[in-house]
Write a protein that binds this ligand. Structure first.
Ligand SMILES: Nc1ncnc2c1ncn2[C@@H]1O[C@H](COP(=O)(O)OP(=O)(O)O)[C@@H](O)[C@H]1O
Ligand SMILES: [Mg+2]
Length: 332
């Protein structure tokens, strides 16, 4: 039987936070560690993953596949300069692909699940369109990239909130009575007055206890993995306790704090010079941070991590001290 790949969607609430460069280099790093890997550009309004992988924009990809309806999605996979790593391009010519019709999206999701590999990374578009949220649902441990700037943190929270509400919406959409009741409930909540998922679910419970339980169980399976990018000091991470608490309170789910990448001038240098970060600057702090995260992905696969906020704080401080001492190396 064909093995099921581990799918890793990489999302963000806000654009420009490092989603594509991290997706590309995580894919390279996982492939370097000996696992067959596919990097897919699913940012269909702004495909540029090819550039971070050191490729030219010459490959037909998802846009062409969906428009021409020719062949299978796997026919569009191309090799890269890295052993074990294949690439699937997004779109080059077709406008408005990010808003593809529902049936096309369902087909695309099915085909992605059928790709044979150990790991499949999906570089998603920023924001909370239904399509992006539905790609994120391909894993219970999708990655959300955030920086420490307040707008990015706010958008990270709204991404996670929209994602969980989308799950609820899909579960109740065939039940008109419940949908109307929730609409009514939402209208009574003004901005400062938070509508908790538990309040919504209590209302559903009154009307359909079985459905409420199903929704609760489904939401509990999701542990979005947060990767902080462009960090400057381990003290940045003092915000994670508040983040963890508010997501638990509002959405009743546990976040997983999965990685921390330092701000690093070599990232911009590699991007401007059309070079691959891990190839050109393998020893820079950002490359080492990404390699550590790749190892963590392989170690934990789809498992949840207990105490992730504490662990990330400890690891980040260790990395910072080694970096300051000039001995941060790939082997830590
Ligand atoms: N750790 C980092 N340090 C410095 N610059 C970074 C870092 N991560 C990303 N960048 C820069 O941020 C910009 C946006 O990155 P990109 O991956 O294209 O973001 P996104 O895909 O989220 O829109 C790029 O110019 C990149 O060089
Ligand atoms: Mg991008």
């Amino acid at each position: 039987m064909k093995k099921q790949a581990i799918i890793i969607p990489v999302a963000s609430g806000k654009g420009g936070v490092g989603k594509s460069i991290i997706s590309a280099n995580l894919a390279i790093s996982i492939a370097n560690l000996g696992h067959s890997t596919v990097a897919i550009d699913l940012d269909l309004g702004g495909s540029n993953l090819y550039s971070y992988l050191g490729l030219e924009n010459i490959y037909p990809g998802i846009g062409d596949y969906l428009v021409t309806k020719k062949g299978k999605l796997t026919d569009y996979l191309v090799p890269t300069n890295f052993p074990n790593l294949q690439f699937l391009a997004g779109e080059r010519r077709v406008a408005f692909m990010a808003n593809m019709p529902h049936a096309q999206k369902v087909k695309l999701i099915k085909e992605i699940k059928n790709i044979s590999a150990d790991y499949i990374l999906l570089d998603l578009g920023a924001g909370t369109t239904f399509n992006t949220l539905d790609y994120f649902e391909l894993s219970s441990n999708g990655i959300v990239i955030s920086t420490f700037e307040r707008p990015s943190i706010i958008n990270t929270l709204s991404f996670i909130k929209n994602f969980i509400y989308r799950i609820v919406q899909k579960e109740i959409r065939n039940n008109n009575k419940i949908s109307v009741a929730i609409d009514e409930l939402s209208k009574n909540y003004i901005e400062d007055d938070l509508l908790l998922l538990s309040t919504i679910n209590n209302l559903i419970k009154e009307m359909d206890a079985e459905l409420a339980l199903k929704i609760e169980e489904k939401c509990n399976t999701f542990h979005p993995r947060i990767i902080f990018n462009m960090g400057e000091h381990p003290d940045d991470l003092t915000i994670i306790n508040a983040l963890e608490k508010s997501v638990k309170k509002i959405l009743s789910i546990d976040l997983c704090f999965f990685g921390y990448i330092f701000y690093d001038k070599y990232v911009k240098l590699s991007a401007s010079g059309n070079q691959v970060l891990l190839e050109k600057y393998p020893e820079c702090t950002a490359s080492l941070g990404i390699t550590q995260i790749a190892r963590r992905i392989i170690k934990y696969k789809n498992q949840n991590i207990e105490n992730s906020s504490k662990l990330l704080q400890i690891h980040t401080l260790e990395n910072y001290n080694l970096w300051k001492a000039g001995i941060l190396s790939e082997n830590i």
